[in-house]
Design a protein around this ligand. Structure first.
Ligand code: 13P
Length: 267
């Protein structure tokens, strides 16, 4: 089958940074200035909840997407401290990160939770970015595939094939997050191909070929091109390097170069 060209996506997960809305606005403006009107590489940034509305105003007229870092699955009600999909929509969000390992491992989020959030996000027309990935101990025990398969199955339960191309998967090996120790391009490609094979089993090859799968974990300007050059690596979910506009823009530029190579190879 001919290779399906997926539009690259570079998403910046700002996590619990920066401390002030003013700093967040400056960072967003710097990213926006660098990206310009170009939409050949899809870009999204994920500020903290309290900064979303302000950044949405900053991004007015820009092709950059606005992502939340989490949400609750219930539409409204007595859920102290939680944020609904409708609230994110209203704040201008286009995307929402679900099941980040810092929530799975730090805060006990389960695949069932992620699955409920997935369906609520899709119902609200948000693009979910569903994170999966193994810990160091799981990789060393050779359990990477089992762990990723289980997380995928649980997180995507009940997902219909027609909605699947609107879901983004992010493979983020826990041992690579914030450690400076990225997966090698070969390690990333191997797991990405496995993820696509699993999606293919569940949704069919044509649908699986349309799902964007990001790599996350110590993506930096100096390793981005090699990682993004892999056939099944369609973009990146960037933590630390997304807090420096110049680094984030360099990763976006690498995605543009990698996409051009892939287009060339597909001809
Ligand atoms: P780092 O890029 O800082 O390793 O973080 C990756 C990540 O967790 C993105 O969601």
């Amino acid at each position: 089958m001919a290779q399906t060209l997926r539009p690259p996506l570079i998403a910046g997960n700002w996590k619990m940074n920066p401390a002030t809305a003013d700093e967040a606005e400056t960072l967003a403006k710097d990213v926006m200035a660098g990206v310009g009107p170009a939409a050949d590489v899809h870009v999204a940034i994920a500020p903290a909840f309290v900064h979303l509305q302000r950044i949405d105003l900053v991004l007015d007229g820009s092709p950059i997407g606005l992502a939340a870092q989490n949400m609750h699955w219930m539409p409204s009600g007595a859920y102290t401290g939680e944020i609904s999909a409708a609230m994110l929509q209203d704040a201008g969000c286009t995307h929402v990160i679900l099941g980040h390992s810092e929530r799975r491992h730090g805060l006990g989020e389960t695949d069932a939770d992620v699955n409920r959030k997935l369906h609520a996000a899709l119902a609200a027309k948000l693009i979910p970015i569903v994170c999966v990935g193994e810990t160091r101990a799981e990789r060393e025990a050779d359990h990477t595939r089992d762990v990723v398969a289980t997380q995928l199955e649980g997180s995507l339960a009940g997902l219909e094939a027609d909605l699947a191309p609107g879901v983004v998967i992010a493979y983020e090996p826990v041992w690579a997050i914030g450690t400076g120790l990225n997966a090698t391009p070969e390690q990333a490609q191997e797991v990405h191909a496995f993820i696509r094979a699993k999606l293919s089993e569940r949704l069919g090859a044509a649908t699986a070929a349309r799902v964007v799968v990001l790599y996350g974990g110590s993506v930096k300007p100096d390793n981005a091109l090699e990682l993004l050059g892999q056939a099944d690596v369609d973009g990146a979910l960037v933590g630390g390097a997304s807090l420096k506009a110049a680094d984030f823009l360099a990763i976006i530029a690498a995605a543009r170069t990698a996409a051009a190579h892939k287009r060339g190879a597909a001809r």
